[in-house]
Design a binder for this molecule. Structure first.
Ligand SMILES: Nc1nc2c(ncn2[C@@H]2O[C@H](COP(=O)(O)OP(=O)(O)OP(=O)(O)O)[C@@H](O)[C@H]2O)c(=O)[nH]1
Length: 376
């Protein structure tokens, strides 16, 4: 049983690796989905053309055999390109080779008729594949070039170029039906792309909303998380300091009790606007909880963060907020802690929280740093 599980697990992982090679996190979902289809198409195309090529060779049809085996090799090349993530633009190069080799193979089948004149039946594969891999514009251009070449080969060059014999009705209907399939494929791909873009825009909008606090327009806890992780990684890599300031509005419950929830919201907006205006472009500030805010200050030592917190504290305390025709003084307390990368982010947050608690304890409207706690 364990052996079967191990084998199933290995097979699943190998198949997964084979069909997802070339996918990258930096590409959007649609691009990665295309890469998976390219992988599948290249593998299926490589296998089928290889089998047909060997069969043609056995039947002594050397030219068809060589063409099919060459196509198989080109499909294999697409797969190999996707396996090598270091090849630049491999996700563009692979579908290009795939579409061009497919078009070449289809032209060959039209010219020679393939097996018993059934070759042209395969050309309907080209429009949906070209549209999907190259997009509507390049797909239509590719298919237009293909139809032009086909028309020339079937009509103008007839007699010396086309090896297979087709009736004029067959040739005309082949081109009409091919043009119809092309139109339908372009229409389908355009609708698919449009629907994808609408869904993506909506999903981006919802994602943004989920990361932003509606009242203050500041990032919320979830929204600042990515920024903290990114800046932590950068600070650790570049051996630069990164400091956090946790801030809590003083006696906010009283504001709510006295001026109502709407009055409290006005204060939250006032404080947020003031915080946003106080930081540098590279800094981040978020609404961490109800009346709690978190500043993330890259390339800043704890002592410098204390200076900034002092400045913000003083500006807030001196900028009065108008609530029900009254000018109200709003103050806040601040806890500052530099991240020690040996101890991690959570430890710095705990220290900042402790410093903030101490600042409240010492009478509020104060700034305290984590390192000053030891001296208290
Ligand atoms: N208006 C408003 N109030 C909120 C919001 N989120 C949290 N609050 C209120 O904020 C208040 C926080 O009160 P406490 O945690 O007791 O703290 P405090 O009154 O600020 O006292 P200290 O922190 O000790 O100075 C609570 O009454 C919450 O209901 C919000 O979005 N809008």
């Amino acid at each position: 049983m364990r052996l079967i599980n191990t084998i199933t697990d290995r097979v699943t992982r190998s198949v997964n690796w084979l069909i997802t090679s070339g996918c990258k996190q930096v590409y959007d979902e649609d691009a990665n989905r295309k890469i998976i289809v390219i992988n599948l198409f290249a593998m299926v195309g490589m296998s089928i053309t290889f089998a047909l090529g060997i069969s043609a060779m056995i039947d002594n049809d050397r030219v068809l055999g060589i063409v099919l085996l060459s196509s198989s090799a080109l499909f294999g090349l697409c797969k190999a390109l996707l396996l090598h993530s270091k090849v630049l633009y491999n996700h563009v190069l692979a579908p290009f080779i795939l579409v061009v080799s497919l078009a070449g193979l289809m032209l060959y089948l039209v010219i020679t008729g393939g097996v018993a004149n059934t070759g042209p039946l395969w050309i309907y594969v080209l429009p949906p594949v070209a549209m999907f891999f190259a997009g509507v514009v390049y797909g239509v251009i590719t298919v237009a070039v293909f139809i032009t070449l086909c028309s020339y080969i079937l009509f103008a060059a007839d007699g010396w170029f086309v090896v297979a014999h087709y009736t004029t009705e067959f040739k005309l209907r082949l081109l009409y039906s091919f043009a119809t399939v092309t139109f339908l494929s372009a229409f389908y791909e355009h609708s698919r792309q449009t629907s994808f873009n609408i869904v993506k825009d909506l999903s981006d909008k919802f994602e943004k909303q989920a990361q932003q606090d509606i009242l203050t327009r500041l990032p919320n806890r979830r929204g600042i998380q990515q920024f903290i992780e990114f800046e932590s990684a950068r600070a650790r890599r570049q051996k630069k300091p990164l400091t956090l300031i946790l801030c809590d509005i003083d006696r906010f419950k009283r504001v709510n009790d006295q001026y109502g929830h709407d009055g409290g919201d006005v204060v939250l907006k006032h404080v947020s606007d003031l915080f946003k205006a106080s930081i540098r472009e590279q800094d981040g500030v978020a609404r961490w909880g109800g009346e709690e805010f978190l500043f993330v200050l890259p390339d800043t030592e704890e002592s410098n963060a204390v200076v900034l917190a002092e400045k913000v504290r003083e500006t807030l305390a001196t900028s009065l907020v108008e609530l029900q025709q009254e000018k109200v003084v709003i103050t806040a307390s601040f806890g500052v802690a530099q991240i020690d990368f040996e101890q991690g982010l959570d430890k710095a947050l705990t220290l900042a929280d402790k410093a903030l608690y101490k600042a409240k304890e010492k009478g509020r409207n104060k700034v305290l740093s984590a390192s000053s706690l030891a001296r208290l």
